[in-house]
Design a protein around this ligand. Structure first.
Ligand SMILES: Cc1cc2nc3c(=O)[nH]c(=O)nc-3n(C[C@H](O)[C@H](O)[C@H](O)COP(=O)(O)OP(=O)(O)OC[C@H]3O[C@@H](n4cnc5c(N)ncnc54)[C@H](O)[C@@H]3O)c2cc1C
Length: 549
């Protein structure tokens, strides 16, 4: 990998977090070169995200990262498959819930399962694949300090150890995180509630297995009014983050010396005889915001730079990966002259709607936890501890407590949001967020269906994510003559086979459906009945899909 880029790049990406790295890999898949600028000298060390959902694993796979590599670095469901609520970790167990769908049953609906993997491990995988990719170069320890746009290019000012440099590209991706310098430089506002809650996060190493015993979980919520906080388990319980809610202004790291950190950690553990080593202390402010605009001429916001959610729901990183999937093929089509520049405007329309839904849900999840606290602590501020101790004393038999914990389920089961989002603008809110019902409307993703292609088993959702558009035909339908350079045509029973017949499924969905026109990101651009399946209609639909603004 070159560290001394001299040539003009197709795309410059600021930020080598998950969004920026994934964008580079997807651009490379479509043949575009990119240069990443990252101010950190090394990959992230302190854990943040843990939930990498099935959609993200699928996108990784389409970018050349084998799913097995991600699963091998992740936590098995036996460790990360639940969420627990306690008074303190050595106190009363209040109850628990399954954490998302990590069992095999989900593979009926999704190509891949969600996996808990610490963000540094996930980023290390993305980083490794980026380094091995000849289309990608990366400057670490380099900070973007300004940019200018010209009609046909973007120039960046970059501070490096050797001084300031200028770099030029056709397009700029601002994947520079929640505090995005570039977003501010573009004058783009964030919409939605700011500074909802203030946290101090303490990253520590410890073996807590003696306290957790037979109740391993990805998240342990401590609900005691005397020592509350959320413990996130990483790397099979060797690495922990305590998220402790604090008063506004109290999240100044300077206020957290070793003694105060020790007191907070021992408080949630409920014991002071457990060895642990604090690795990092950092502040964090919870917001639920989405950028007013995602595009500024040749520059695009992506990931946390475009949206910053409460972590409740594990959607932040995953939404950034989805952003990259949506934009990469569009940039490639425009760059190759196959699509109008207006196609790039659809990035904002499509992804902003997803971010708004995810932001709203994450906020709802965070509020629902406050409802649980309200139940546990009672209405009388003078009597919270006694009320809580009373509930703890009857925890094993209390139906009210069981119901209050069961009410948290939407927080930890959001399959529809994770894999079922559509770009069709439909109002699917009548369905629960756990209720993913595969559909085949324009804008929907081609539903998962296990197929065999050249002897390998693959999901149809992934199979259709090629370099360009795909026409997916029912087994009894022939395609009209089409320009093979612009469209890949695949027919059930000829180009792929499935144990459970796909054409029967298509007919069951809609008897008249004969073919789907699918975008490179697996979303349906148009569908056709047998009568309407002619070259003019197909090329017309393709042209509209490439002009949508
Ligand atoms: C405690 C916690 C738990 C979470 N859990 C989950 C979860 O389970 N699932 C989930 O999906 N999300 C989760 N998230 C959210 C997730 O961590 C973020 O959404 C994710 O990191 C966003 O990725 P990104 O690449 O967009 O931005 P970032 O990861 O913030 O990366 C931005 C990069 O840009 C670099 N940068 C910034 N400015 C410049 C500059 N001027 N020049 C050069 N480089 C620059 C930064 O150094 C950084 O490397 C969690 C967050 C927290 C805090």
């Amino acid at each position: 990998m070159s560290h001394e880029p001299t040539q003009r790049h197709d795309v410059i990406i600021v930020g080598a977090g998950p969004s920026g790295l994934m964008m580079a890999l997807l651009l490379a898949k479509y043949g575009l070169t990119s240069h990443i600028i990252e101010r950190r000298a090394a990959v992230l060390q302190a854990p943040r995200a843990h939930a990498v959902n099935g959609k993200t694993v699928e996108i990784c796979s389409t970018a050349g990262i084998p799913a097995d590599e991600i699963y091998a670095a992740g936590m098995p469901a036996t460790h990360g498959g639940r969420v627990n609520f306690w008074s303190t970790l050595s106190g009363t167990y209040l109850g628990g819930l399954a954490y998302e769908r990590q069992d095999d049953a989900v593979l009926e609906q999704a190509a891949y399962k969600l996996v808990n993997i610490s963000q540094p491990q996930f980023e290390a995988i993305l980083n490794r694949h980026s380094q091995a990719n000849p289309h990608i170069t990366l400057s670490r320890g380099a900070k973007c300090s300004g940019f200018t746009q010209k009609p046909d290019a973007v120039s960046l000012q970059v501070e490096t150890q050797d001084g300031q440099r200028e770099m030029t590209a056709d397009y700029l991706i601002a994947a520079d995180g929640a505090g995005s310098f570039l977003r501010a430089a573009m004058g783009i506002e964030m919409h939605g509630p700011d500074a909802l809650q203030h946290f101090i996060t303490i990253h520590f190493h410890a073996d807590l297995s003696a306290l957790i015993k037979d109740k391993p979980a990805i998240l342990h919520w401590m609900m005691s009014p005397e020592a509350s906080g959320t413990l996130i388990s990483y790397d099979e319980g060797k690495n922990w983050v305590l998220m402790h809610s604090c008063a506004p202004g109290d999240e100044d790291v300077a206020l957290y010396d070793a003694a105060r950190c020790r007191a907070l950690v021992t408080g949630v553990l409920g014991r002071d005889d457990v060895d642990f080593t604090v690795k990092d202390v950092s502040p964090w402010v919870m917001t639920a915001q989405v950028a007013a605009r995602y595009r500024h001429a040749r520059a695009f916001l992506m990931g946390d730079a475009a949206h910053r959610f409460p972590p409740a729901g594990g959607l932040g990183l995953n939404t950034g990966i989805g952003d990259a999937q949506n934009l990469a093929w569009k940039l490639a089509m425009v760059k190759r002259g196959l699509a109008d520049d207006s196609l790039l405007d659809s990035y904002e329309t499509e992804r902003k709607a997803v971010a708004e839904a995810n932001s709203g849900q994450s906020l709802e999840n965070a509020m629902r936890i406050i409802e649980l606290l309200g139940f546990l602590l009672g209405p009388d501020p003078e009597n919270m501890l006694a009320h809580f101790e009373d509930i703890c004393a009857n925890a094993a038999t209390s139906h009210e407590l069981a119901a209050a914990i069961a009410a948290q389920k939407p927080h930890f089961d959001s399959l529809r949001l994770q894999i079922g989002y559509s770009y069709g603008g439909y109002d699917d809110t009548a369905l629960g967020i756990d209720d993913y019902r595969p559909q085949m409307r324009p804008g929907d993703v081609v539903p998962h269906h296990a197929i065999k292609y050249q002897g390998h088993e693959i999901s149809l959702t992934e199979f259709v994510q090629g370099a360009g558009f795909t026409l997916l035909l029912r087994n009894d339908i022939d395609a009209p003559a089409l320009d093979a350079n612009r469209l890949r045509v695949v027919k059930d029973g000829v180009d792929f086979n499935a144990a459970k017949d796909w054409s029967t499924r298509l007919r069951a969905h809609d008897e008249d459906l004969a073919a789907l026109l699918v975008r490179p990101d697996g979303h349906i651009a148009a569908h056709f009945t047998a009568d309407a399946l002619c070259a003019d209609n197909i090329t017309g639909a393709l042209a509209r899909a490439l002009e949508m603004g």
